[in-house]
Design a protein around this ligand. Structure first.
Ligand SMILES: [Zn+2]
Ligand SMILES: [Zn+2]
Ligand SMILES: [Zn+2]
Length: 256
């Protein structure tokens, strides 16, 4: 059974270009230097799992022709991963059903309080998203697809990555606990946070990403959640074998 990953966005919280910046990346005509906020779709066994709902969700969906989402997997509640939540209304309308969403107990609590109106039953006119929140703290199945949450540290906050089959998505990570490395054995494709050149207190810098990628040993590692510090052609030329930069609209097929 093949799995397809579609990168909707691979940018950091500011996006690239960053407002007010005139650097070489931000002014580059190369579309691979234009990064919306990080989000991806993993499609397997006929189901599409959207990872996070960043503030660019609507434009990402229109750009990629994404019309169907079967469930949402939230990594954490930061604005660049959550605040496009209202645009789930469109997918609820298409499905004519409430949307199943999964995440840590903390993230689900945050949605249930800050965005309580999204958790009500569908209205007659689908004027609001209607989400069914489920808190997860271990592997679970959704309509026959096994999903493994992968706990990682984002500074001092625990957040979730996800593994589906031989594909894993780890964003906003500054440390991978030993117990989580065990969940990342035998990967075909790994999407991995790589914020910038230097380390950051809540994210991997380049060297940390490459060290983690080498240890995990996926057939292919794709860097995501990048700032404008990284120019596509320049950084791509100096990445080791098996590691590539992500770009918005990138599609990766995993036969595994
Ligand atoms: Zn982020
Ligand atoms: Zn810039
Ligand atoms: Zn974050």
């Amino acid at each position: 059974m093949s799995t397809e990953i579609l990168i909707l966005g691979c940018g950091s919280s500011a996006g690239t270009p960053a407002i007010g910046c005139q650097c070489a990346t931000c002014t580059s005509p190369d579309p691979r230097n234009k990064r919306t906020r990080s989000s991806s779709v993993i499609t397997t066994q006929g189901l599409s799992f959207l990872i996070d709902t960043g503030p660019d969700l609507r434009t990402q969906a229109l750009r990629e022709g994404l019309t169907r989402v079967d469930a949402v997997l939230y990594t954490h509640q930061h604005a660049d991963h959550l605040n496009g939540i209202d645009d789930l209304r469109a997918f609820c309308y298409v499905n004519k059903a409430a949307m199943p969403v999964f995440g840590s107990p903390y993230t689900m609590h945050d949605i249930n309080t800050r965005f309580h109106y999204t958790t009500l039953p569908p209205g007659q006119w689908w004027e609001l998203p209607s989400l069914q929140t489920t808190a997860v703290d271990g592997p679970f199945c959704h309509r026959g697809v096994e999903i493994i949450p992968v706990p990682v540290m984002h500074g001092r906050w625990p957040v979730l990555g996800y593994r589906i089959g031989k594909v894993a998505y780890l964003t906003d990570v500054s440390e991978i606990p030993e117990s989580s490395f065990a969940l990342l054995d035998g990967l075909d494709v790994l999407l991995l946070d790589c914020l910038r050149t230097q380390p950051h207190h809540t994210h991997f810098g380049l060297e940390q990403s490459l060290t983690a990628a080498a240890r995990i040993g996926a057939r292919q590692t794709v860097l995501i959640h990048m700032t404008h510090e990284f120019e596509y052609t320049e950084l791509s030329a100096r990445l080791p074998a098996g590691v590539v930069m992500g770009y918005d609209g990138m599609r990766i097929c995993s036969a595994a």
